[in-house]
Design a protein around this ligand. Structure first.
Ligand SMILES: [Fe+2]
Length: 502
């Protein structure tokens, strides 16, 4: 078995080849339109030092590469590294190769991916679900990450001969957390077995404070210090800062906690369109002072879906406030050779021999199936994965009863707007659209192409109508075909699109 010391050396050799990227933006090609955003920023002379570009089609990415000279690290999507079975999943392997081709195209120093999934045991979700925070889940993530890094090594060489580095982002919590390991211990276990870097998203960390229940036990500063003590901070290559807000499905219903608790904390979730609250910069300042961010290469405001003017205002302030974080780094590193010594190059190969018994992987697959059932309201949140202090289901009902139905019916494509004529006919037959939610989670549904929630919505609606009102099949299929055509056209160009991400 690979020693964690070797894994650490492997990481050090890889990260040594990455230049400091500085202060940047994590953006989407389509939302807001990236070319218009760049034009606005240029006009205002508020210039990001790098752009981390979210997953898009090859042609859209090529257009971005042609448009700018700034470094373009990548934010991947749809590669579910948390899920068991990836080594025998041809779709996963194909996603990894496509990702490698995107990295080559953009000449990306890294590829960031959430340690999260939107598809569990055949059940589809619109926004990221965190992993089960258990030991075997961490082992599977490490093995999958090593597998993807090996694909990068083979298929995504950068101009200097190095490979892009896989970064794993700690995901947000959206009302609950499940598992038997603390989150920082989980990431420690992953990085002991995989030579990846990490992305620490400050807003995600706030949601950990909020939805792990830690906020009821300790002040934020104490939580941060405890978290950082256990978390592999030396693996953090990038920091994200993004907005937080009360989710649109909860507005007017549960903006804040009420009751006996004297300290009220808003019920915020990750929201990239929303303003960045000052508390996140207070957290960032404390993290920057911890003295262990030895491999930090960039800090980005994550601003997809945010109005351009707000992006420019936030970036101007951010550049002013944090420029000195990297000034010293850039000065120290200028003139240094960035390639590793021949001796260290020999260590760059990945030895993916994490010992995972088949029974362990099988029981993890079953645990994930149960996890999908619990969060979609078809099973009770009981058992070791739902026990305090590592798990917290205090607010799970907000997810099950409000957030998730909204996601299926409205978020990332409003069903009534997508299928207006079909929905009118369903209403005439007194078939309530809400029954789509229970239909959605009744049986698993295989996804056989690159994961896209909008595509999944189209497929599931057609299936739903075929079961509920088969005489409407011609109608729903016509509306589905029109949607697919319009969506494909929107994705092929740098146009406003219907594909939001978290
Ligand atoms: Fe992020």
């Amino acid at each position: 078995m690979t020693l964690s010391r070797d894994v650490h050396h492997n990481f050090q050799d890889r990260v040594a080849q990455i230049q400091v990227q500085g202060l940047g933006l994590s953006v989407d090609v389509y939302s807001p339109d990236l070319f218009r955003l760049l034009a606005d920023l240029t006009r205002r002379q508020v210039l990001p030092m790098y752009l981390e570009v979210f997953h898009a089609t090859s042609s859209a990415l090529a257009a971005v590469r042609d448009q700018t000279d700034v470094p373009l690290p990548y934010h991947g999507e749809g590669l579910w590294v948390t899920q068991p079975g990836a080594e025998s999943d041809t779709l996963f392997q194909e996603e990894a190769r496509v990702l490698a081709s995107h990295l080559s195209l953009l000449r990306s120093a890294w590829s960031n991916h959430e340690c999260a999934t939107k598809h569990i045991a055949g059940y589809s979700f619109g926004t990221y679900l965190p992993p089960l925070y258990t030991a075997s889940s961490a082992d599977v993530v490490a093995r999958n990450v090593n597998m993807v890094q090996a694909v990068f090594d083979q298929h995504a060489a950068l101009p200097g001969g190095a490979s892009p580095l896989f970064l794993l982002e700690m995901p947000p919590l959206t009302f609950f957390v499940a598992g038997t390991l603390s989150i920082p211990a989980y990431f420690r276990r992953v990085t002991d077995q995989a030579a990846c870097g990490l992305v620490l998203d400050i807003g995600h960390l706030w949601t950990v404070y909020r939805y792990s229940g830690a906020w009821r036990r300790q002040p934020l500063e104490r939580f941060l210090d405890d978290f950082l003590y256990e978390f592999p901070v030396e693996r953090v290559v990038e920091i994200h800062i993004a907005g937080l807000a009360v989710h649109e499905s909860l507005v007017g219903r549960a903006a804040i906690v009420t009751g006996e608790t004297p300290d009220l904390l808003p019920r915020w979730t990750d929201a990239h369109a929303a303003p960045i609250p000052p508390v996140l910069f207070e957290m960032l300042d404390r993290i920057l002072q911890c003295g262990r961010l030895e491999n930090l290469r960039g800090m980005a405001l994550e601003v997809d879906t945010k109005p351009t003017e707000h992006i420019a205002n936030e970036l101007a302030w951010f550049l002013e406030q944090y420029r000195q974080v990297f000034d010293q780094e850039v000065a120290q590193r200028s003139g240094e050779g960035r390639l590793p010594s021949p001796a260290s190059s020999a260590r760059l190969s990945i030895e993916n021999d994490a010992e995972l018994a088949e029974s362990e992987v099988e029981s993890l697959a079953m645990a994930y199936e149960r996890y999908a059932q619990v969060v979609s309201g078809r099973a009770e949140a009981v058992g070791p994965n739902w026990a305090a202090p590592t798990a917290c289901a205090d607010e799970l009902d907000w997810y099950r009863a409000t957030y998730l139905p909204y996601e299926i019916l409205h978020w990332g494509g409003d069903i009534e707007a997508m299928f207006p004529e079909t929905c009118r006919e369903l209403a005439r037959r007194q078939i309530a659209l809400e029954t789509l939610v229970s239909y959605w989670f009744r049986l698993p549904h295989l996804v056989t192409r690159s994961y896209d929630f909008f595509d999944v919505k189209i497929d599931r609606c057609v299936e739903f109508v075929s079961e509920q009102a088969s005489d409407l099949m011609a109608l729903v299929q016509r509306e589905a075909a029109e949607l697919r055509l319009a969506y494909q056209a929107a994705n092929e160009g740098p146009l406003q699109s219907m594909r939001p991400h978290l």
